[in-house]
Design a protein. Structure first.
Length: 145
């Protein structure tokens, strides 16, 4: 296999395949994208994963925050860096609060997504407690009309 500048091989890892099987493989990464699993692969950078499990990027389907950074208060760039440090390649920021707050946060996030150059990617947004019913607001009874 030819290697181009910046290619990476993760060698000797227990690789989780899409069908759920775990096999001892090398994983070749080209331009930030997994290009092939196999054995005997070479690249400019080699990472020895002997004894480790190699997983694909994970997707965080429901997140309000990490550490002291909330999806309602932090910037997407800051939050995406935290998600990436935990192996996440895509996430759904979950927004919480009364409708006017959630809408303001969505508008702010939509503006920020154009400038987001980091992995993980935002796969969408999740609104929690959208308060559609006139009879109550879930656990936030004081917000119900």
């Amino acid at each position: 296999m030819s290697t181009s500048k910046g290619s990476i091989v993760i060698k000797n890892g227990n690789v989780l395949l899409p069908d759920g099987e775990i096999v001892l493989y090398d994983v070749h990464i080209e331009n930030g994208i997994i290009s092939s699993p196999g054995t005997g692969l070479e690249a400019d950078t080699v990472i020895n994963a002997e004894g480790c499990t190699v997983l694909p990027g994970l997707i965080d389907l429901h997140t309000h925050g990490i550490g002291r950074v909330s999806t309602d208060e932090g910037t997407l760039q800051e939050y995406a860096r935290l998600e990436a440090s935990r192996g996440t390649t895509a996430f759904y920021p979950t927004l919480f609060g009364p409708p006017e707050v959630s809408v303001r946060n969505l508008e702010r996030y939509f503006r920020e997504t154009d400038n987001l150059k980091t992995v993980p990617q935002i796969a969408g947004f999740r609104l929690e407690s959208p308060y559609l019913a006139q009879t109550g607001a879930g656990v936030l009874k004081d917000l119900a009309p």
